[in-house]
Design a protein around this ligand. Structure first.
Ligand SMILES: [Zn+2]
Length: 208
């Protein structure tokens, strides 16, 4: 399971210190339920507007951030590293705030990396049932659900990986979907997804 040891987020973009600072600043804001505009990113990080602008552009191109339609420094980042304030079919309640995620993996992986208590949910792609995903202190409260780890072959993370990083009611619903879609990848237990999450979001565990 080598892919669990490297972060699909970190490998999507150059890891220079200012890029990391921008990513952490954005993630912290989204985690608190707030989009963050470029003027504020600049203020918090101490980086100039043009550096922030080009960094956000690169994050969007890599598929690890999304922005609203704001102009100039008023453009806001509204999604970061899998976590988003936009609506999606995956939800997660963190410290009483309801947020959404880009895929089912995030609902397990983010609290696993950050050691959080969360209540989340996702929809089984086969039958549409809401699957509840509880985490306690970053550990999976196990259910019969089973995840899918897509073999993404490059491209923006939000487009190449997220759409099929799903969680299913059970193994038979996963198999049904796999046969129908011919998807490339492998099944993962929720515990394995939590483990993969700890490496995927390792750059975000030390932010206050
Ligand atoms: Zn199902």
């Amino acid at each position: 399971m080598t892919e669990a040891r490297q972060s699909i987020l970190d490998t999507a973009i150059d890891q220079d210190p200012s890029t990391l600072k921008v990513r952490q600043t954005i993630f912290r804001s989204i985690l608190a339920g707030m989009p963050i505009d470029e003027a504020l990113i600049s203020e918090v990080t101490g980086l100039g507007n043009s550096v922030v602008r080009s960094t956000v552009d690169r994050l969007v191109a890599a598929g690890i951030a999304t922005t609203d339609a704001g102009e100039g420094v008023r453009r806001s980042v509204d999604g970061s590293e899998g976590l988003t304030v936009r609506s999606s079919r995956h939800s997660i309640v963190i410290s009483g705030k309801e947020l959404h995620t880009w895929c089912a993996f995030d609902v397990v992986g983010i609290p696993a990396a950050l050691g959080l208590d969360t209540t989340g949910s996702t929809q089984c792609p086969t039958c549409g049932t809401e699957i509840e995903l509880m985490m306690r202190g970053g550990e999976v409260v196990d259910s019969g659900a089973i995840g899918w780890w897509p073999s993404a072959s490059g491209g923006p993370v939000i487009e190449a990986f997220c759409p099929s990083a799903s969680i299913f009611c059970n193994r038979s619903h996963l198999e049904e979907w796999r046969v129908t879609t011919g998807a490339e990848g492998a099944p993962r237990t929720l515990m394995e997804l939590a483990e993969a999450g700890r490496s995927t979001w390792a750059s975000f565990t030390a932010i206050e």
